[in-house]
Every structure is written in C-alpha cells, then in structure tokens.
Design a protein around this ligand. Structure first.
Ligand code: SF4
Ligand code: SF4
Ligand code: SF4
Length: 349
C-alpha cells in the first residue's frame, strides 16, 4: 500500500505502523517508549501526529497504516503537543546533560534539541537517590522517563523477569522484584535494560567517566567467551588503547542481548596481569624464556612423565577463547600423539 507523510508518498506493508514507516524513510518523529524489540507502547505520547479523517492527535507508534493514509508530522498543533510532552518529561526528573553519561547518545536530548527546548519549564519532582548497589549498573531514578522499555526487555526479551513498575501516579517508578536494591534482587546483570533505556536512567557503572561517545572508536566483533558467537561492539579509547564499554549488536544470533561476561568482562585485553610471553619456573621463580626453550622443555617433560606413568596421566583443556583450529590441534595432539582421551574444553562447563 501507499501512505503519505508530510506530502511525500511511501510504500508500506500491512501491519506496519506510521512511526515505522517514518523511521524507515528518515522522517524524524520524537519517540521514546517505542523500540523495535519492545514493540508498540503508546505510553510517552511524544510521537503524536495528525492523520486525515481521524479526530485529535494520534500516537504514530500505535496507528497501523492504511492504504491512502495522509499523515502530517509538523503542524503547529503537533509540534506544540510534542513540546509539552518532552517538557513535562524533563520537568519530572533532574536532567543535567553536562555531566550525564548519556550526553550525545540520549533520545530525550535529541527530542529536546529537535523541538528547541533549552530547559525544563517546571520542576515537578523531588530528587531521589540513585541505586548504585549492583556490580555493573547504576539506576539513576531522577532521569527515568517511565517509558517501560527496560521492563519489556527484562521480562520479554531476556526473560529474567526482574523489573516492573511499582507504586502509582506521580510516585510510579521502576522497581527490581518487590522494590529491592538491584544487588539484592534476582537481576543477573545482563545489561539488556541498560541497552534499551533511551536516557541516562540506566548506566554501565564501569564506563562512567571513561569517554564521551564521539571520542570512542566503535569496533564490531564477536564475543570471545563462548560458542554462541554473540555480536558486539567494543567502544575503544584509542588514546589509552583500552576497551571502555561493550554493547550488543542488534543482529543474529543475539539481537543485542549479551550475558554478564560478554557485556561487562572486557578488561582482560589490557590487564597488567596478562601473560605476554612464555615463562618457566626456575629456583621457585617464574623467568621469561624464549618460545623454543619453553616448547622444548614442555615436550621433554610431557614425554618423560608419559613414558614413566602411561598416557592417562596426561590431560589437556581447550578454550572458548581460541579458534576451532587450535582446539582441533589440541584434540589431535592429545589423542593421536599422547594417546589418551583425556581432553576437554572450558565451554562444556
Ligand atoms: S538523560 Fe538525556 S536529557 Fe537527561 S540529563 Fe542525561 S543526556 Fe540529558
Ligand atoms: S540487567 Fe538484565 S536481569 Fe537485570 S534488570 Fe536488567 S534486563 Fe533484567
Ligand atoms: S529506566 Fe530507562 S528504560 Fe526503564 S522506564 Fe526508565 S527511562 Fe525507560
């Protein structure tokens, strides 16, 4: 079918919404509670538009397209309503973009910029203490706009069922289990809620103060931890040659989701404790040696021990962090050279 948005005609498919067609065609309509993964929400009402033949303003994230539909996103009435919604969101929290971790990557900030809102017109809310109790996530309740994306993600995407809305009316807030601190809740720190949050209300703790989004190089890669092959983006501080943050890529097989290791276990590449060369313990102390010496020594000792006690005293462990080919070589070496079946792999848990 065909629909018209701001006098331009676009192709649309049955079941799509007006907002989806606008997004597909790079027409910006402020929207905060909608995310492809969490689906239609119709909560924040920032995405209102006018549609010919329909009374009042319509939330573009919930209206299904119809052939011949005519949509307008930029009348004074639409802009006025969008402005009020965003202004009230800013007013019902405490938004200090200068020091906010989300600065430069915040959907509320983008909407305010687009609509020309410099600061909140009202101050409606008391400040609330942030929940910094958990290992990897900061919950800054002052910046929450109650869009519900984190709740949808936790319950329906990763299905950990930790988050919900608690209390009512202006007191409504996102709670963990029965309003526990995050560290005491059943949260597994997967960070899906952080990734889905459009504002700075959920923040990766380890990344605070480590660099602005525009200063970090983004490198797409595969998670090195297990065989699922989750796709992720490393956020790299090139000046210090360090990974400072990890986000999941919304492609197969993980569609943005990661586990706690993939998302938050990113320090090892730049760890001071990392082994960078072979060492042999001599007189009770590890000493750096050449690869030739290390390999000759290891081969000699394996042969001595296996000749003396038989092949089953030997066992080898492969690793999820090396290639299939390396793991294959370990298996072949253990079975064909040493002649034992004592070979295993860390990913077998
Ligand atoms: S959450 Fe967004 S709007 Fe609020 S302070 Fe942070 S950057 Fe600014
Ligand atoms: S980190 Fe994962 S388990 Fe914990 S609240 Fe967020 S989505 Fe739920
Ligand atoms: S924490 Fe973030 S994702 Fe969750 S309701 Fe608040 S603003 Fe939305």
């Amino acid at each position: 079918m065909k629909i018209t948005i701001d006098n331009r005609t676009f192709e649309a498919r049955e079941g799509q919404t007006v907002l989806q067609i606008a997004k597909e065609n790079d027409i910006y309509i402020p929207s905060l509670c909608y995310h492809r993964k969490t689906g239609q929400a119709g909560k924040c009402r920032a995405c209102v538009v006018e549609i010919d033949g329909m009374r009042g303003l319509q939330t573009s994230c919930t209206v299904a397209v119809k052939d011949g539909m005519k949509v307008t996103t930029n009348t004074p009435k639409v802009r006025g309503a969008q402005k009020l919604v965003i202004d009230l969101m800013l007013s019902s929290g405490h938004h200090d973009c200068l020091s906010c971790e989300k600065n430069g990557n915040c959907e509320l900030q983008d909407a305010a910029y687009f609509l020309g809102i410099e600061k909140a017109s009202f101050q409606l809310a008391e400040e609330k203490p942030a929940d910094i109790s958990s290992e990897f996530i900061i919950r800054d309740k002052d910046k929450c706009i109650k869009c519900g994306r984190c709740i949808e993600g936790c319950n329906n995407t990763v299905v950990n069922e930790v988050l919900a809305f608690g209390d009512r009316s202006s007191e409504t807030e996102v709670v963990c289990d029965n309003d526990l601190e995050m560290k005491d809740s059943t949260c597994v720190q997967c960070g899906e809620c952080v990734q889905l949050c459009p504002v700075g209300a959920l923040i990766d703790k380890k990344s605070v103060g480590t660099g602005r989004p525009w200063d970090l190089e983004k490198v797409n890669t595969t998670c090195p931890y297990c065989g699922v092959g989750c796709q992720l983006t490393l956020h790299v501080d090139r000046k210090h040659n360090k990974i400072v943050k990890v986000t999941g890529r919304e492609v197969v097989p993980n569609d943005g989701m990661l586990c706690v290791k993939g998302r938050y276990g990113f320090e090892f590449p730049s760890s001071e404790n990392r082994l960078k060369y072979p060492m042999i313990k001599k007189n009770g102390k590890h000493e750096r040696v050449s690869w030739e010496e290390a390999l000759d020594y290891t081969a000699k000792r394996i042969k001595e021990i296996v000749d003396r006690d038989g092949p089953d005293v030997f066992s080898a462990f492969g690793s999820g962090r090396i290639t299939n080919e390396n793991n294959y070589a370990i298996m072949k070496f253990t079975r064909a050279v040493v002649k034992t079946n004592n070979v295993d792999h860390c990913a077998r848990t």
